[in-house]
Write a protein that binds this ligand. Sequence first.
Ligand code: SAH
Length: 330
Amino acid sequence: MNFIDIINKAEKGHKVNKEEIIHLLKAQGQDKTHLIEFANKIRKEDMGEEVILRGIVEFSNYCRKSCNYCGIRKQNKINRYRISIDEIMEAVNQINKHKIPTVVLQSGEDPWWDSEKIVKLIKMIKKETKLEVTLSIGERSKEEYKKFKEAGADKFLLKIEATNDLIFKEAHPDDTLKGRRQCSRWLKELGYINGSGCIIGLPKQTIEDIAGDIIFFKDMEMDMIGIGPFVPAKNTPYEKYPQGDVELTIKAIAITRIICRGAHLPATTALETLHPNGQVKALEAGANVIMLNFTPQIYGKQYKIYSNKANIGLEKAIESIKKAGRTVNI
Ligand code: SAH
C-alpha cells in the first residue's frame, strides 16, 4: 500500500478503508509530515482560518460512575461540589461578554441534577443570552435527552471513548459499548449537533482499535470529534499506566480531519496537558476549535478528571492560535 495513493484517494472523496487508516496511523518521518500538511490543507478548505472558541463550565464533579481512568469516579475521595445556578449564570454571562458563541455545560453523571433542573438551566441561559448550549453530562434516557432538546439545548458531547468492546468494558465497569452507542444514536435522532471522541492510549488499545474509532465517527456522521491522549489520574485503577502518545494523537486528529470532512475538531486540553505546544500541534494538524475553561477557580481545581490538567484561559488560547498562524473572532 502506498502512502501517497491513500492520500490521493481521500482527496478525491473516495472511501478510505480500515487497512488504509491503519497505514496512515503508522506514518513516520516524511510520510507523517505529509499527512499533517494534507490535513491542514483540508482544514483550510473546509473550515477556513478561524479557530472557534467555546466556553466550558464544569458545573458538578459528583459522579455515580466508576470509569477506571477518571479522577472524579465515585470511589475517589475528593472535595465534591455543585455550582449554584446563580454562579453558573455568572460564568455564562462572562462567556457571553467575551463574545464566545457557545457554553459547554459539563459534569460527572450527577443524578442530583435531574432533568427538571437541567431544563430550568437551559431555559434560563436561552432566555438571558443567545448562546448555543452544549451538554456534556453523560448517559441519560432518551426521554431526558428529548426534554433537554425541547428546552433549547443545541449540541451534545458524549464521547464513545473506545469502540473496541473489551477496552470499553474494562475502562467502564458500569457501562456497555452497546448502551453508549445507543445514546449517541438517540442524540442524532433527536436532532442534536452530535459530538463524540475517543481516548488515545487506553490500556491494551492498538492502532487497529483507533482506526475502528475513526470509522465509527465517519459512519455516525459525527459533527464534533474530540480526540485526546490518555492522561493518568491519581488514585484511579489506571494511575500507573503510561500516558497516551502525543504524536499518535496528532496523527489520529489529522486522519479524522481527512476522513470526517467538515467536522469540528477541538485541540484538546489533554494534549496541552502532556505537551507544552500540544494545542498548537493539533491546530496545525486539522483541529479548528479550542475550549476555554470558565469554571470558577475555586471549583475548577476540584474538577480533576486527570492529573495536572492544563487550565486553558483566553490569553493562553490566543497565544496558541497566533503561534499556529490562525485567526480568532473575538
Ligand atoms: N460525564 C461526562 C463527561 C466526562 S468528562 C460523560 O460521561 O460524557 C469529559 C471527557 O474527559 C471524557 O469523555 C473523557 O474522554 C475525558 N477524560 C476523562 N478522564 C480522562 C483521562 N484520565 N485521560 C484522558 N481523558 C479523560
